[in-house]
Design a protein around this ligand. Structure first.
Ligand SMILES: CC(C)(COP(=O)(O)OP(=O)(O)OC[C@H]1O[C@@H](n2cnc3c(N)ncnc32)[C@H](O)[C@@H]1OP(=O)(O)O)[C@@H](O)C(=O)NCCC(=O)NCCS
Length: 179
């Protein structure tokens, strides 16, 4: 029961994401950010209750790269395959958009490995990926794992490559106020 998100889903998406953000597992999202990115979102609706119990977003980074973001399943519904179905939605969406690589920055390495993602060096990803780091409390001490799934049936785009993160440039970029 996965469908594209609508305006009416925003409060529920906010609850699901921010309950995990409080535990440090993901970044907080404000209503403003959710409205702005809403077209990227899909939700999982429990067929029995019609309640939204999971969400995910696929954000396009570059011609050959899109990122799985805001993946979360309500605590009470874990382990039922909902998270996997949401990631599969992003893969279908990536294929529809003809984006060849799908990435995730995650603590859930085993979960993503089961879905075919492999660990890559963070430095291989373009700098644009790290735009959210300025909002992250972990900031320079990022311990997320970068993982990528390549859809090898999708041709390489005839467009310029995004500049990867230059060696020696630490992520993220803003200094603390008062430094
Ligand atoms: C990670 C998360 C989305 C998984 O959702 P889920 O609906 O519980 O996952 P699924 O039921 O689809 O699990 C699929 C498989 O991955 C395994 N799996 C799920 N979470 C796992 C974990 N943390 N570690 C190892 N394996 C895990 C499951 O056992 C299952 O294995 P199986 O296919 O052999 O039975 C969910 O736990 C969650 O919301 N976590 C908090 C937020 C978060 O960390 N989001 C990821 C940000 S990138």
């Amino acid at each position: 029961m996965i469908r594209s998100a609508t305006i009416h889903d925003v409060p529920r998406i906010s609850d699901i994401i921010n309950s995990h953000a409080e535990l440090g597992k993901m970044l907080f999202k404000s209503y403003a950010q959710l409205f702005e990115d809403l077209r990227d979102f899909a939700v999982y609706e429990d067929p029995a209750t019609s309640e939204v119990v999971g969400c995910v977003a696929l954000s396009i980074i570059w011609a050959d790269l899109a990122e799985v973001r805001s993946l979360a399943v309500d605590d009470s519904q874990r382990g039922k395959g909902i998270g996997s179905q949401l990631v599969k939605w992003t893969i279908d969406e990536g294929r529809r958009l003809q984006v060849r690589r799908i990435m995730s920055l995650t603590y859930e390495q085993r979960f993503f490995e089961k879905l075919g993602f492999v660990v890559v060096a963070k430095e291989t990803l373009p700098l644009k990926v790290w735009s959210d780091c300025v909002r992250c409390p972990k900031n320079e001490n990022c311990d997320e794992i970068a993982m990528v799934l390549t859809l090898s049936d999708i041709p390489q785009p005839q467009l310029p490559d995004a500049t990867p993160t230059p060696r020696g440039v630490s992520i993220p970029v803003l200094q603390h106020l008062g430094d």
